[in-house]
Design a protein around this ligand. Structure first.
Ligand code: SAH
Length: 460
């Protein structure tokens, strides 16, 4: 192979025409076929750039000036867009965001799943792609003797003071965090100091139910000891009428993982309740719950449409969380089995089945990759399987268990197109055909993409 020299040098400035977008939302321009990635540049733009980092096969550059902005360029409305890192796409029209996500999924279908012809539909987006998050978790720091909340400065652990104006968080939720911070400041609470591993309050998490408006506050602390605990709780309860649950999570470790293992209710209920399409769900502090309520309906409706449940269907919902998808499936199916690794989530799922008067569901705590092979051995023969794994996708053992169960359909809900495509290839090789892929925009203004995929068993 001819060893090629990069055609650009570090610190060189040049004019580049942007042709494409990466999955991270960076613009891509080329010099003699050699790609340079430019954050915040958009396709169709001619830009001045400075080369920052040179590799043999590609470079990174910095956007210096735009000769003629793309019609898709927008002024990022958030004042801390470039510093926060929580959003990556505020400089881009929403239409382009949706198209970019569709293209990203198409690319992995081609390159990783080797399915160039599978239909990837246009991303289902929001009418108003702002102020959607029902959950916030903010780090707590200290500045001039005051507790502050905000975000970590990009690539650092320095907390920037920023409150009640995160444009992807529901307004009421934002205000709730600001209020908790204000009240915490009236008490002897210290912020956790990462370098010294001392101080108390590490993070504040707030979750609010879209339909019932019930809110939960979680104080994540280094120690179990919470100075002036009773007075603090009283102040929070008095000031915040919609709060139904105040919870302490204790994380004594030196780690940047937010939550620790111990969770205690300080006041009120262990849960808040919410509703999705007529079903009720109790959600406890450590359970996963979708963060974009309007799009959750879109996502679940798509998953149910693909599952196309008939009344004699036996269904598995793997990675079931608090049983949301499971209960929608159970409204139509003969029987639904759910598996999930977080014990608190399965406790919620069982209560949620009861709450909605459903007795044709069975929930099991465990890793899906262990429980599914066990179910196979026990002779469980589901006609439909739904999976909704975390970003790392499905474990090989789980994929093999699915193949040996031979369901007529598999519905794969995924928050990571790359692992989705990897897993689809394995399922294709095992006798399934990918019928269609529907991206759903659960996280507007960010590069994250959610997909729902329908696969059918190929009759031999
Ligand atoms: N379908 C649910 C949850 C999806 S999130 C919903 O829409 O709300 C993925 C879930 O998988 C989380 O609840 C997480 O705790 C769980 N999980 C992660 N790894 C797992 C594993 N190996 N086995 C089973 N569940 C797992």
């Amino acid at each position: 192979m001819v060893k090629r020299q990069a055609p650009v040098k570090k610190n060189e400035t040049l004019i580049l025409s942007i042709e494409d977008l990466t999955a991270e939302g960076s613009g891509v321009g080329k010099v003699d076929g050699y790609p340079i990635f430019i954050p915040y540049a958009l396709p169709g733009e001619k830009v001045d750039i400075k080369v920052l980092k040179v590799n043999r096969n590609f470079s990174y550059g910095k956007l210096l000036a735009i000769h003629k902005p793309s019609t898709h360029r927008t002024d990022a409305p958030c004042p801390v867009f470039l510093r926060c890192g929580g959003c990556q796409l505020q400089h881009m029209s929403y239409d382009l965001q949706l198209e970019m996500k569709q293209n990203q999924v198409r690319n992995v279908m081609k390159k990783i799943a080797h399915l160039p012809d599978v239909p990837v539909h246009l991303t289902k987006g929001m009418a108003d792609p702002w102020r959607y998050r029902n959950k916030v978790q903010v780090p707590v720091g200290e500045q001039d003797g005051q507790l502050i909340t905000g975000f970590y400065q990009s690539r650092s652990h320095h907390i920037i003071d920023y409150k009640d104006n995160c444009l992807i968080t529901e307004k009421d939720n934002d205000a709730l965090v600001a209020k908790v911070r204000e009240i915490a400041n009236q008490f002897e609470l210290t912020a956790y100091d990462e370098a010294e591993h001392r101080g108390i309050l590490r993070h504040i998490m707030v979750r609010r139910a879209k339909v019932t408006k019930e809110a939960m506050i979680v104080l994540i602390t280094r120690s179990k000891k919470l100075p002036q605990k009773d007075k603090l709780i009283e102040a929070l309860v008095t000031a915040l009428p919609n709060v139904k649950s105040i919870v302490q999570n204790i994380n004594p470790k030196r780690t940047n993982v937010i939550f620790g293992d111990e969770t205690n209710v300080l006041w009120g209920s262990e849960y808040i309740f919410d509703e999705i399409n007529g079903l009720k769900f109790g959600i406890s502090a450590r359970s996963f719950y979708q963060v974009n309520p309007l799009q959750t309906e879109v996502l679940y409706e798509q998953a149910l449409a693909y599952a196309d449940i008939q009344e004699d269907d036996v269904v598995i919902d793997a990675y079931c969380g608090i049983g949301t998808i499971s209960l929608f499936l159970a409204q139509k199916a003969k029987k639904v089995y759910g598996v999930e690794i977080v014990p608190e989530a399965i406790a919620d799922a069982k209560k949620n089945a009861e709450l909605n008067g459903m007795d044709n569901v069975e929930f099991v705590v465990g890793s899906a990759e262990k429980v599914m092979p066990q179910w196979t051995k026990e002779g469980l023969k589901p006609s439909v399987i739904v999976v909704d794994p975390p970003r790392k996708g499905c474990d090989e053992a789980l994929l093999q268990a699915m193949l040996s169960m031979k369901p007529k359909r598999i519905v794969y809900v995924s928050c990571n197109p790359a692992t989705l495509a990897r897993d689809l290839r394995i399922l294709e090789d095992g006798g399934y055909k990918t019928k269609e892929v529907q991206p759903v925009d659960m996280f507007p203004q960010t590069t994250h993409v959610e997909c729902v995929v329908l696969m059918s068993r190929v009759e031999k």
